[in-house]
Design a protein around this ligand. Structure first.
Ligand code: ADP
Ligand code: ASP
Ligand code: MG
Length: 406
């Protein structure tokens, strides 16, 4: 009997009818002769609603209390799903993250799973139960409840699949797979049959909101294949796995975009050792993550230093950088919050020349100015004006013929 872990996201359990629909799908998997562990997210926008509610109580939230509050969303969904299964005559039990043995560190709101002791889960499976685990949460050594960061139920599911040595982790959502680009942005996006962990990780890091990054990392680390499919139909999904099987025609596999980009330029910086450290060390200490960094070649020992941060961190970053810029004798410090990022991604690009040239040429023909460029072995990213991101995605999708089957 195979062991399958299924994860249903918030959109799949948004109301009572949808919960019953999910229960029917679970029963089908069970009746096909599998042992089933299910991880659920909170219903619909519950997590956002709870956060809003907490802010109505106080501006300064206590992170420990907030994590307990948010964890309840997943507990509600898991109990209702167990009840739906009982109603259909199937033995099922819901477990909180703590009951399922999910141990984490104590970094509230972004805890990492340190280990899983799945004894209770295994015991319930042995009794013939379908086990429903509340996603997104765990417990510390001191028995405090933690949450794993937004979208963290994906990580619960893959980590459980690894701990239980499940044959696959099936992630069910409101789209039937991973598309070449966000289907909400461009209707011409095409569903991929499969994609490598490496490509998927690069895509989620550079803007695909399709799955939690940590889930992909764990999948790769423990060799858990992850199927992304819809809970609303039976279309074949996308399998995230080690290597994509065939020699694929398209070396670019997807186009990621991110609208949450702001740029800071420190203009006229005297170029001597220690300048970069004097800016980036305090930024790191303030908890601001810096993405792209570009330093111009200096002319007469004066240079410009440009870097990007998330829009939400721009004000914080400027308040750190402005006084430093002044103290190191820079001419000025300017920012622009209306930027976006587009990336072409594919492992095949690493041994094939010409992809950067084609990307730049396509953007230039679409009259889109590139402000910054960064690359990895399997990715080329351009920072452009936010308002042009959609046009850029569509132009690149056409230029790299992503509509066409592999
Ligand atoms: P859930 O409610 O199941 O947790 P999520 O919001 O976490 O759902 O993820 C599903 C959403 O991810 C889809 O509605 C889709 O619009 C979005 N998405 C973004 N980029 C992509 C992509 N490249 N392929 C598929 N879905 C994507
Ligand atoms: N409910 C949590 C969130 O909305 C976790 C999840 O859905 O995976 O972020
Ligand atoms: Mg989600």
């Amino acid at each position: 009997m195979a062991l399958i872990v299924q994860k249903y996201g918030g959109s799949s359990v948004a109301d009572a009818e949808k919960i019953k629909n999910v229960a029917r799908r679970i029963v089908r998997t069970r009746e096909e002769g599998n042992r089933v562990v299910v991880v659920v997210s909170a219903m619909g926008d519950t997590t956002d609603d709870l956060i809003r509610l907490a802010y109505q109580i106080t501006e300064k939230l206590d992170t420990r209390e907030l994590d307990v509050l948010l964890s309840t969303g997943e507990v509600v969904a898991s109990t209702l799903l167990a009840m739906a299964l009982h109603g259909m005559g199937h033995p099922a039990i819901s477990l909180s993250g703590a009951q399922a043995g999910i141990r984490t560190d104590s970094a509230y709101s972004r805890a990492r799973i340190t280990n899983i002791e799945p004894r209770r889960v295994v015991a319930e499976l042995d009794k013939g139960n379908i086990v429903i685990v509340a996603g997104f949460q765990g417990i510390t050594e001191d028995m405090d409840i933690t949450t794993l960061g937004r979208g963290g139920s994906d990580t619960t599911a893959v980590a459980l699949a690894a701990a239980l040595k499940a044959s696959v982790c099936q992630r069910y959502t409101d789209v039937d797979g991973i598309y070449t680009t966000d289907p909400r942005l461009f209707a011409g996006a095409r569903k991929l049959k499969d994609i490598s962990y490496e490509e998927m990780l690069e895509m989620v890091t550079y803007g695909f909101k399709a799955i939690h990054p940590r889930a992909v990392e764990l999948g790769e680390l423990f060799g858990v294949p992850i199927l992304v499919a819809s809970s609303f139909n039976d279309n074949p999904g996308t399998l995230i796995k080690k290597e994509v099987s065939m020699e694929i025609r398209n070396k670019v596999r997807g186009i990621a975009h991110d609208l949450d980009v702001a740029k800071i330029t420190v203009v006229g910086v005297p170029d001597h050792p220690g300048i970069a450290a004097s800016i980036f060390v305090p930024l790191a200490e303030a908890g601001i993550s810096v993405d792209t960094i570009v330093q111009n070649a200096s002319i007469k020992n004066i240079t410009d230093l440009t870097f990007t941060v998330a829009e939400s961190q721009l004000a914080g970053a400027m308040s750190v950088v402005r006084p430093i810029a002044e103290s190191i004798g820079a001419r000025e410090c300017v920012s622009d919050a209306r930027l976006g990022k587009i990336s072409i991604i594919g492992t095949g690009m690493q041994n094939a020349p010409g992809y950067a040239a084609k990307m730049f040429d396509t953007l230039s023909k679409a009259n889109i100015n590139i402000q910054l460029i960064t690359t990895s072995e399997i990715r080329i990213t351009c920072i452009i004006e936010e308002a042009l991101v959609k046009d850029a995605v569509i132009a690149l999708h056409r230029a790299f013929e992503l509509e066409t089957e592999d």
